[in-house]
Design a protein around this ligand. Structure first.
Ligand SMILES: Cc1cc2nc3c(=O)[nH]c(=O)nc-3n(C[C@H](O)[C@H](O)[C@H](O)COP(=O)(O)O)c2cc1C
Length: 325
């Protein structure tokens, strides 16, 4: 399948693996890129620019195909060394960066000068237009269904994607709720040029995370995610568990007066406990409603091959058949 996204990034299939904290290690990114998609290393999981440099080099040992790095700008107690991360990305010859969170305007001149293509992840049409205006090459349009931070507008992809198509000139991929060939064809029908997946890629043999997380995703339904931190205007969609139940209860009790410190135990330092140790009640970790569409744990290669075949069948058989009557 050839789209403006496959052309822009030099990849075979229009499928991107979005940055994921404590999941987007070299193994994950390399598996996706080797299978013909675009794998992405999560920059901040590496904590320091030197750590990221080593991870990029590890990934290069695993694949010669293009892969990218995610740089997330979110509110943080101790801000990371962003200038250092930007320098490392450029010095290591990375040519694709996924930015997310705050507007990446400050880092754009450095990336543009180094010939780095930037895809910014946005949860609204106005942020997507802003990304286009500051020179981003593409956007990843993240609907309300998505795992992680859906923003505060709560617009699902059936509305958000065609609205983005009405307003944008640069290409965009659909993100949030994407799982299979049906998702890809639907996303393209709504104006996207490919799709970005997070949660679905966690439930693969290649994802370098604890088996308990993969089992939890297969067991979960579309009803099992919760929105937390809305009163802090930092809404996150997470899989429900005992730690999340505590957060939801505190939010109910404290209302809009809640402070980050009130839920610190259930949100800070949780990712390694979940992803490495498999302690499934440790606290909040991002997960999309798409968990309801995850029923198995294939390899990344099997997953991507299956998606492309399914998409092909839907277009060539079901849709073309419907046209013929
Ligand atoms: C466990 C997990 C961690 C994530 N961490 C990040 C992150 O650090 N930075 C980021 O930009 N997006 C992050 N995301 C969001 C994904 O990149 C992607 O946009 C999202 O998962 C898409 O929705 P989906 O899960 O329905 O596919 C994370 C998602 C998950 C599931």
């Amino acid at each position: 399948m050839k789209t403006r996204i496959t052309e822009l990034f030099g990849i075979e299939h229009p499928i991107i693996q979005g940055g994921m904290h404590y999941v987007g290690f070299a193994e994950m990114a390399a598996a996706v890129s080797e299978a013909g998609g675009l794998g992405i290393i999560t920059g901040l999981t590496q904590r320091t620019p030197e750590g990221l440099r080593a991870e990029i080099r590890r990934c290069r040992e695993m694949t010669k195909k293009p892969f990218g790095v995610n740089l997330t700008f979110l509110p943080s107690v101790t801000p990371p060394d962003y200038p250092g991360f930007v320098r490392t990305i450029i010095e290591e010859g990375i040519k694709i960066v996924e930015t997310a969170g705050n507007n990446p305007a400050q880092v754009m001149p450095f990336f543009k000068e180094a010939g780095v293509k930037v895809i910014h992840k946005c949860t609204s049409v106005r942020h997507s237009k802003k990304a286009e205006a500051i020179g981003c090459d593409a956007v990843s349009v993240d609907g309300f269904e998505c795992g992680g931070h859906p923003g505060e507008d709560d617009v699902p992809n059936f509305i958000l994607l065609p609205r983005a198509a009405e307003e944008l000139k640069i290409p965009f991929v659909a993100s949030g709720g994407m799982a299979d060939g049906r998702s890809l064809v639907a996303a393209m029908a709504l104006g996207a040029e490919g799709m970005n997946m997070g949660t679905r890629f966690m439930a693969t043999k290649d994802a370098p995370i604890h088996q308990n997380v993969k089992d939890a995703l297969v067991a979960a339904s579309e009803l099992d995610t919760r929105l937390i931190m809305r009163p802090l205007r930092n809404t996150e969609r997470v899989l429900n568990n005992a730690g999340v139940a505590k957060i939801v209860e505190k939010e109910k009790q404290l209302g809009n007066g809640i402070k980050f410190e009130d839920i610190l135990n259930e949100v800070a330092g949780v990712y390694p406990k979940i992803m490495k140790d498999g302690d499934m009640d440790a606290g909040a970790w991002s997960c999309g409603m798409v968990a309801g569409l995850i029923h198995d744990v294939p390899t990344v290669k099997e997953l991507i091959t299956r998606i492309m075949k399914e998409a092909d069948d839907i277009i060539a058989k079901r849709l073309t058949g419907a046209l013929r009557g």
